[in-house]
Design a protein around this ligand. Structure first.
Ligand code: AMP
Length: 188
């Protein structure tokens, strides 16, 4: 399925879980921004060094650095379609994505918002912190920054995709299977 899809929502809303399922079933190329940034940091590259402090504090990495991890996405997007999770996270990133995709005649078709409350996010992050040891899940101040970034950036971003008729809002507090079924209804 050659679509360009973005999954968005609070930290621990289930973005990567659903992107994994969609990529497996439909063959999309998967691009998880948080994962890519963590991989870049772990690689010890110059770019990784520049983004490490920002990711560790739970704030958003600046667009000039984000561009560095977005290299080479046009070809897989054309070949298999692409599913982004955690990108775009603010309006300028949505504009950047539009520009990159337009260069190869593609556009974002669906912007899927997995809706959970910040209380639910905090609960899930605490569980994930214990289960995986992910470092930006451990510290209360970092978690609070991540939730605050969402509060600040989500409204205009969601409004933009809603105005374009691309927004799909799904209750992310449902089971993984229920959320996946709800997403699938919008794919065809
Ligand atoms: P995630 O794995 O999606 O929870 O993202 C983890 C962290 O990576 C975030 O708290 C940010 O520091 C950074 N990050 C992820 N996606 C983006 C993005 N689209 N723009 C800037 N920074 C991001």
């Amino acid at each position: 399925m050659k679509k360009v899809i973005s999954i968005y929502g609070l930290a621990a809303a289930g973005k990567t879980t659903q992107a994994d399922l969609l990529a497996k079933k439909y063959g999309f190329y998967q691009f998880g921004m948080g994962e890519r940034l963590r991989a870049e940091i772990n690689s010890g590259s110059e770019l990784g060094k520049k983004i490490a402090d920002t990711v560790a504090s739970g704030l958003l990495v600046s667009d000039d650095l984000i561009i560095g991890v977005l290299q080479n996405i046009q070809k897989p997007a054309q070949e298999t379609g692409i599913i982004f999770d955690g990108f775009p996270r603010m309006v300028p990133q949505a504009e950047l994505l539009d520009k990159i995709m337009a260069e190869v005649g593609l556009e974002v078709e669906l912007f899927i918002l997995l809706d959970i409350t910040s209380e639910e996010a905090e609960k899930r992050i605490a569980a994930r912190a214990a289960a995986t040891g992910r470092s930006d899940d451990q510290d209360k101040a970092v978690v609070s920054n991540r939730l605050e970034v969402f509060r600040q950036e989500s409204e205009p971003l969601i409004a933009r995709y809603e105005a374009d008729g691309k927004l799909i809002r799904i209750d992310g507090s449902q089971t993984i299977e229920e959320v996946f079924a709800a997403i699938e209804k919008h794919l065809n």
